[in-house]
Write a protein that binds this ligand. Structure first.
Ligand code: NAD
Length: 536
């Protein structure tokens, strides 16, 4: 990481953007997009490089803000927020010139080759990004990087529940980025509502499913596309074939980082009955290893964001019928909840039915892997993440039969820690993905373009009136499909199929057909010369 320039470390008090300013901000973002300046790739790169320096200079201030908002340890602030953004930014800066190039490696019938079909990558326009409180910097700026890279102008609405980080982001964006193209609007529901009343080319929302429905309904009024990054009740599986000590240690990590306020962390762990007791022993051993003097006095343990979320999580502990087998301490005045595991005997327990989004989780015992799969699919058929610790075949079976936004084998949510790979949910846990190239794609319109040469008009005769049966027949002969399958859906493997595969024009791709015909003509050509030689 580069060395930053000194920045005043004082964190500004939270201040909502005046409601009256919001329409003007949105209008400026739209007119800046209309000015065409963001379409220049060099311009985008300069903005992204400025963001790089902004993040570098503000690293310490962001660490302080995250500490203030979530008691996030500075170590975690680097790992899960700042370093993550640098990785994403680094890839984007290196690859953007490739990503913006027209896509020509595309499939089309060979008869269209002369039209040079291609796909242009075009920015969607002025976009809105709404961030969440738990990883308030990364969840806001990672989509923002995608919007900038794609050539959009963007307005960011960070979570008001992480007010210090929201204010520092505003300060940094205003200091480093183009002031007519990139904005931070701070505030809560009134400001979000005012923003949603504006016209956007895309809305990118991270947060809970209830608000996602408000966002999606509002977007539907203007047919605005949305990406929704939501939560879920993520299952984890531990079978008797797993390395129990490793599974316990890793799952405890997954639920203690940021005090469990990680959308990807396990909500409940399905543990094979025979190993439940041992697994609990290993969990407690790791707990004491991580926090020898207890988590509350540890510098390495975060706090719950606010009283509202504290009360929500505490209610899960108060209403469970299960037994606490690890942790269980709470202190509202300190917004502290210790990492807590509850052994339950039903998936109807609030510890399973509610999304914890905190450091508490449950263990649900199971008999067979098939039972565990059935239970997981009953609790939530489209969670954001899935984690499994078992034999190779057990892991493969679980991966095959339980869907999720992403999955990790033999660890807690590591798939989400790779900053450059697509990240997103499925069904109730969200739609669309981002990070790395996926962020660029998410804010890009893929525009198909063809260029039809004048000389092709003779070949295009078939489309003009008066229609000619002869032209039509020739056209169908050239472009018609010959299926490689019968009416029962079976692939044809007879001689006719092979002949069709080698010599047929209607192959699966234009390149394939061209190759086959090149081979055919080359053979005919060679045969002709052989024949002439023979005659002489
Ligand atoms: P939050 O309270 O920070 O809210 C998220 C955003 O929604 C904020 O910017 C907030 O101002 C805005 N908002 C709130 N009410 C609104 C309204 N009526 N209209 C428009 N905007 C409104 O965070 P949260 O929603 O409580 O986040 C927790 C949830 O988000 C959990 O379910 C968690 O799993 C999920 N989450 C998902 C991801 C992911 O990447 N998939 C990441 C973080 C959190």
């Amino acid at each position: 990481m580069a060395v930053g320039m000194a920045v005043d470390i004082t964190i500004p008090a939270f201040e909502a953007t005046p409601l009256d300013d919001i329409a003007q901000i949105a209008a400026t973002a739209r007119s800046s997009f209309q000015s065409q300046k963001t379409k220049d790739v060099e311009w985008r790169l300069v903005q992204l490089r400025k963001l790089y320096w902004g993040l570098t200079d503000y690293t310490e201030k962001f660490q302080a803000a995250l500490k203030k908002d979530l008691n996030k340890p500075p170590h975690d602030a680097i790992l899960t927020e700042i370093h993550h953004l640098f990785q994403d930014l680094d890839l984007t800066l290196k690859k953007l010139k490739d990503w913006v190039k027209d896509d020509k490696d595309i499939d089309y019938p060979w008869t269209f080759a002369a039209m040079k079909p291609r796909i242009r990558k075009e920015p969607l326009g002025a976009v809105l990004v709404i961030g969440a409180y738990n990883v308030p910097l990364m969840l806001s700026l990672a989509p923002f990087i995608g919007a900038m890279a794609a050539g959009c102008t963007a307005v960011l609405k960070p979570s008001e529940n992480a007010p210090a980080t929201a204010m520092v982001m505003k300060e940094m964006v205003e200091k480093y980025l183009d002031p007519s193209s990139f904005f931070v609007v701070n505030g809560a529901i009134p400001e979000s509502t005012a923003l949603l009343n504006e016209r956007w080319a895309k809305i990118f929302y991270t947060g809970n499913n209830a608000v996602a429905r408000i966002v999606a309904k509002k977007a539907a009024e203007t047919l605005t596309p949305v990406t929704l990054e939501l939560g879920g009740r993520n299952p984890s599986f531990v079978s008797k074939s797993a390395d129990l000590a490793l599974a316990a240690r890793r799952l405890l990590w997954g639920k203690t980082i940021n005090a469990g306020q990680i959308c990807l962390s396990q909500n409940y762990v399905l543990v094979q009955k025979e190993v439940v007791d041992d697994f609990i022993k290993f969990l407690n051993a790791s707990y004491h290893e991580f926090y020898p003097s207890g988590p509350q006095s540890s510098e390495d343990y975060a706090r719950i964001i606010n009283e509202r979320q504290f009360d929500r999580i505490k209610k899960m502990l108060d209403t469970t019928k299960g037994k606490i087998v690890m942790g269980g301490e709470t202190d509202r005045s300190d917004l502290y909840i210790s990492p807590t595991v509850v052994l339950v005997d039903s998936i109807d327990d609030p510890m399973v039915t509610e999304e914890s989004f905190g450091p508490v989780w449950s263990i649900v015992p199971f008999d067979t892997i098939d039972d565990a799969i059935r239970l997981a699919n009953t609790v939530d058929s489209t969670p954001l993440a899935l984690m499994t610790f078992g034999s190779k075949s057990e892991n493969a079976k679980i991966l095959d039969r339980v869907t999720s936004g992403g999955a990790t084998i033999n660890d807690a949510w590591m798939h989400g820690a790779i900053a450059t790979l697509p990240f997103g949910g499925v069904g109730e846990s969200g739609t669309g993905s981002y990070h790395g190239k996926a962020s660029f794609d998410g804010f890009t319109h893929r525009r198909t373009v063809v260029e039809v040469p004048g000389w092709m008009d003779k070949l295009l005769r078939v489309r003009y009136a008066p229609f000619s049966p002869a032209d039509f027949k020739r056209h169908l002969w050239l472009t018609g499909n010959r299926p490689g399958f019968d009416r029962d859906g079976k692939v044809l493997r007879g001689p006719a199929y092979w002949l069709w595969l080698v010599f047929g024009l209607g192959g699966p791709s234009a390149k394939g057909a061209l190759l086959r015909w090149t081979v055919l003509f080359a053979s005919a050509y060679a045969a002709f010369f052989q024949y002439r030689k023979y005659r002489i």
